[in-house]
Design a protein around this ligand. Structure first.
Ligand SMILES: C[S@@+](CC[C@H](N)C(=O)[O-])C[C@H]1O[C@@H](n2cnc3c(N)ncnc32)[C@H](O)[C@@H]1O
Length: 262
């Protein structure tokens, strides 16, 4: 194997140990990036060993940039996804376990007429509306413009979309006429994100009126292969206690965990 191939393979191996990306994809991305980097190609063709290349500033900059690009690409929307739900990493990761999730909350969903999905992302794209005829309205609030536009195109019959930050309006603004509380509120993979990015808004979320709410967190980091369950669990359980809610049921999926509260 020539030196260039050896370097590309070694680096692709390293990247897929850290990031949720297949080895072939990491290799392909590095190959494309290297093809655009003439000085580094030259440096490699004149070098005697991989070690010699790894020590250079050119190589360090190259690999740093490659990792950064992969990190940002994996975080948000996947281009060329086969279906809508697959285009967002949060929904895509849950896809293999959706039946499992819905079976664990089935009893709550069967009773719900009004669902509020806070920071819903593309979750409505995976929601089995046909299975829950009692459901009248599914209200979605998220500040993400891209998710809003994608969902809007789908024209889901029962879904009402609000593209706002969660603290933008009082909760009555979203409540359908005659209702004083939501039957079920989803806060899926939301609370730890808000704790990190918009902690000042959590007090507002704590006031949302509901009969039941489902709050979940991830077991693994979104992009890196890193166990984060303990950290997320601490944030979520503290938020539940501070909000004065009681846990009525625990939810467990291979890569997500959560609590039903009332
Ligand atoms: C990790 S994603 C989870 C998406 C979805 N709930 C799921 O589990 O598939 C978090 C979502 O919360 C939204 N979000 C975070 N902070 C928000 C805020 N302050 N106001 C509105 N949306 C917010 C983000 O735009 C993103 O869509």
């Amino acid at each position: 194997m020539d030196l260039k191939e050896q370097i590309l393979k070694e680096q692709a191996n390293k990247i897929c140990q850290t990031y949720k990306i297949a080895k072939e994809e990491a290799l392909e991305r590095l190959r494309v990036k290297l093809a655009e980097n003439k000085p580094l190609q030259e440096l490699i063709s004149n070098a005697k060993s991989a070690k010699e290349v790894y020590r250079t500033r050119d190589f360090k900059d190259f690999i740093k940039k490659a990792k950064k690009d992969i990190y940002y690409d994996l975080r948000t929307y996947q281009k060329n996804a086969d279906n809508l739900a697959d285009s967002h990493i949060s929904t895509r990761e849950r896809a293999p376990f959706l039946d499992d999730l819905f079976s664990q909350i089935d009893g709550y969903l069967k009773e719900a007429e009004v669902v509020l999905d806070l920071g819903g992302g593309l979750f409505p794209a995976t929601f089995p509306f046909d299975k829950y005829p009692k459901l009248r309205t599914y209200i979605w609030v998220d500040k993400d413009k891209k998710a809003y536009e994608l969902l809007e195109q789908e024209n889901y019959a029962k879904v009402v979309l609000y593209n706002y930050p969660l603290n933008e309006n009082p909760w009555e603004y979203y409540l359908p006429d005659g209702k004083t509380e939501f039957d079920l509120v989803f806060m899926l993979k939301l609370v730890p994100v808000m704790y990190r990015q918009h902690r000042e808004q959590l007090g507002h979320i704590a006031q949302v009126p509901f009969r039941h709410a489902l709050i979940t967190g991830s077991k693994e980091a979104m992009v890196k292969k890193l166990d984060i369950q303990n950290r997320e669990n601490r944030i979520i359980t503290k938020f539940i206690t501070d909000s004065g809610w009681q846990i009525t049921k625990k939810i467990d999926l291979p890569n997500e965990f959560g609590f039903l509260v009332e």
